[in-house]
Ligand binder design. Structure first.
Ligand code: 6PG
Length: 244
């Protein structure tokens, strides 16, 4: 891992505003297509609303992006549970430039087929490869209070030989089937950013960032980019237990 950055913001608005600026600078200096994976869940919706503000819609160089999703619930895109559906409703459908690539997880009747097809699409679009694994320019993640990230829940496993980039996950409480990036894929990214807000995340953040024994098996603690940087964008509530 080539470095860890922790940024703490007074409020969600300033966190998302700063992240939007970061995305603008990234888009302005990106020489060609950048492969970026968006997160699911509720936290990134605040980011999508920030990015959908006219000032951001107008200034960000959207054409350079290829958007993917780090995980997806196997529901129709019209379902409010859909990570792609929500990103499209809030942000993507408002972007006038249509040159960006948008690659939602294929939601098929066979979850295994969805995972396999998504892996094929990732390999087709993401040209930079390291040790046989496509290298994303930027992967944005959230974190659950149980330490999961994307749909990597404790005990997640997949067939390394057949399908090392994506797998069929099952939510441990709801049983909901999902497709998720694997550790192999996330840990090859050049940049991984966790967006974390709210006091309910303070304990898991403290445990992970202070490498507490409880965090040893947290999936989010296994996100350690091999060559990339890892960033933690925290609001003051999520950072509330850190001695910074
Ligand atoms: C998902 C996400 C998941 C999410 C965490 C945090 O599809 O739900 O990928 O990993 O980031 O569960 O969710 P909140 O942002 O809603 O707290």
């Amino acid at each position: 891992m080539s470095g860890q950055i922790i940024k703490v913001f007074d409020a969600v608005d300033s966190l998302m505003g700063t992240f939007a600026e970061e995305l603008f600078y990234f888009s302005a200096k990106s020489p060609d297509k950048a492969n970026v994976a968006l997160s699911g869940g509720s936290t990134p919706k605040a980011l999508f609303h920030e990015l959908a503000k006219p000032a951001n819609l107008d200034k960000i160089h959207w054409a350079i992006f290829n958007f993917f999703w780090g995980d997806e619930r196997l529901v129709s895109y019209e379902n409010p549970e859909s990570n792609y559906g929500e990103a499209n409703r809030i942000l993507l459908s408002n972007i006038r430039d249509t040159r960006q690539g948008i690659f939602p997880v294929p939601v098929l009747s066979s979850p295994k087929e969805s995972a396999l097809l998504y892996e094929v699409k990732i390999r087709e679009i993401v040209k930079q490869v390291n040790n046989g694994i496509p290298v994303f320019d930027w992967i944005i993640l959230g974190i659950g209070t149980d330490g999961h990230t994307a749909s990597l829940f404790s005990g997640a496993k997949w067939n390394e030989d057949e399908n090392p980039l994506t797998f069929v996950a099952k939510h441990p409480v709801t049983g909901q089937k999902r497709i998720s990036f694997t550790y192999n894929l996330i840990n090859q990214a050049q940049r991984v950013t966790f967006l974390v807000t709210g006091k309910e995340k303070a304990q898991v953040i403290e445990q992970i960032l202070n490498k507490k024994p409880e965090a040893e098996n947290y999936p989010a603690a296994k996100i350690q980019p091999e060559n990339g940087i890892i960033e933690w964008y925290l609001d003051s509530e999520a950072a509330g237990l850190l001695q910074l």
